[in-house]
Design a protein around this ligand. Structure first.
Ligand code: HEM
Length: 197
C-alpha cells in the first residue's frame, strides 16, 4: 500500500513538474483572451501591470508609458489596421478561400486539408505579416509548403484570388499594392526556390 501511495506521489510530482515546465516554455509573451501579457511587446522585459491598454478586446501591458505610445502608434500605422483590423481580416480570408476552393487551377491542393484550420492559420499569418498585434508562431513558409511542387502560375493564381477578394471588399488600390508586395516576399519560399543570399 505504502509503495503504491509513494508511486502515486512520484507520478503526481512528475506531472506537476511537466505542467510547470510546459508553462515555463510559454512566458505569456503575448496577451490571450483571458490573460494580460507579462512580457512587454516592445522591450521584451517584464511589464508594469499599471501601464495597460485595450486593443481588439484584449488587454495589453507594457514596461513603460513610452512603450505603450510606441506600440499604439505601430498599430495605427499598420497595414493590418488600415485594412480594418481583426474583423476585416477574418472576412477577407473567409472570402479568399471561397474563391481559392472554386479555382480549378489550385483547388486540388486543398483536397485533404482541414479548411477551418487553414483559414485560422492564414488569418494568423497574414495578420502578423500586415502588422497585427500577435506574432506568427507557425511554420515558416518554406517548411509549410515543402514538397508541394507549387508552380509560379499556381502562386500567381493564389495572389490573383487575394487581390480580387480585396477588390470585392472595396479596399483601396494603394493598400492592395501593399498586400501584394508582402505576399510576394513569400514567393521564393512557397515555390521552394533557392534562398537569395
Ligand atoms: C501568398 C502566398 C502564400 C501564403 C502567405 C501562404 C500561407 C500559408 C500558411 C500560413 C499556411 C499554414 C502553415 C502552417 O501549417 O503553419 C499554408 C499552408 C498551405 N498552403 Fe499556403 N500560402 C501561400 C501560397 C500558397 C500557394 C500558391 C498554394 C497552392 C497553390 C498554397 C497551398 C497551401 C496548402 C495546401 C497548405 C496546407 C498544408 C497542410 O496543412 O497540409 N499556399 N499556407
Amino acid at each position: 500500500m505504502k509503495l503504491i501511495l509513494s508511486s502515486l506521489a512520484t507520478v503526481s510530482l512528475v506531472m506537476t513538474l511537466l505542467v510547470n515546465a510546459a508553462m515555463a516554455i510559454d512566458p505569456a509573451a503575448v496577451a490571450t483572451e483571458t490573460l494580460t501579457n507579462t512580457v512587454c511587446p516592445v522591450t521584451g522585459t517584464v511589464v508594469d501591470p499599471a501601464i495597460t491598454t485595450e486593443y481588439e478586446g484584449r488587454k495589453w501591458a507594457f514596461a513603460k508609458e513610452e512603450c505603450k505610445t510606441k506600440w499604439l502608434k505601430a498599430r495605427e500605422d499598420s497595414l493590418y489596421q488600415k485594412l480594418g483590423g481583426k474583423g476585416a481580416m477574418e472576412a477577407a480570408i473567409d472570402a479568399f478561400y471561397v474563391k481559392v476552393l472554386a479555382d480549378d487551377r489550385v483547388k486540388h491542393f486543398f483536397d485533404d486539408v482541414s479548411m477551418d484550420k487553414q483559414r485560422r492559420k492564414q488569418k494568423e499569418f497574414l495578420s502578423a505579416a500586415f502588422g497585427g498585434p500577435l506574432p506568427w508562431t507557425g511554420k515558416d513558409m518554406r517548411k509549410a509548403h515543402e514538397g508541394m511542387g507549387i508552380t509560379e502560375e499556381q502562386f500567381n493564381a493564389i495572389a490573383e484570388n487575394l487581390v480580387n477578394t480585396l477588390k470585392d471588399l472595396k479596399i483601396r488600390q494603394e493598400l492592395i499594392d501593399q498586400v501584394v508586395a508582402i505576399a510576394l516576399t513569400t514567393k521564393d519560399d512557397v515555390l521552394e526556390r533557392p534562398k537569395k543570399s
